[in-house]
Design a binder for this molecule. Sequence first.
Ligand SMILES: CC(C)(COP(=O)(O)OP(=O)(O)OC[C@H]1O[C@@H](n2cnc3c(N)ncnc32)[C@H](O)[C@@H]1OP(=O)(O)O)[C@@H](O)C(=O)NCCC(=O)NCCS
Length: 136
Amino acid sequence: MRISNLTPEDSEGASALWDQAGLTRPWNPPEADLLRALAGETSTVLGLFDGGTLVGTVMVGHDGHRGWVYYLAVAESHRGTGLGRRLMLAAEDWLRERGVVKLQLMVRSANAGVLDFYDRLGYEDADVQVRAKWLR
Ligand SMILES: CC(C)(COP(=O)(O)OP(=O)(O)OC[C@H]1O[C@@H](n2cnc3c(N)ncnc32)[C@H](O)[C@@H]1OP(=O)(O)O)[C@@H](O)C(=O)NCCC(=O)NCCS
């Protein structure tokens, strides 16, 4: 198992993994998110490879102040073996190396079950409300 930065060539594998993990939405093409994150100087997508197979991802970046993660996913076949934790620790290290001292993340209300996972990793309720606006 190794963790490395994804490249644009990993787009198909990452999209398939995110579809399986229930993270994609029809109105938001994941390939575009991946390419944008890889092109940015303050973001990347880390991939966990079992041999040559992509079995986990986390998108990580910072906005100059806080760090954020998106697209945390572990293939169903590999869950429950500590890989989700390993990916989150890798994302935390990536941010620490860039001087970022706080990591934030958003969980869809429909996916509230995953909050227990983040609790296990030491993430606390930030007691904030999030607002969003489409900029089309
Ligand atoms: C969330 C996810 C990445 C966890 O990956 P994983 O590899 O199974 O997690 P780990 O094996 O590293 O688990 C780490 C710890 O969290 C616990 N845990 C994992 N999933 C959990 C869950 N759904 N509920 C409660 N605890 C959970 C594990 O038991 C383990 O506990 P430990 O501290 O006793 O070791 C994986 O379930 C997934 O890909 N889900 C679908 C995508 C998703 O919802 N992503 C998050 C979007 S916000």
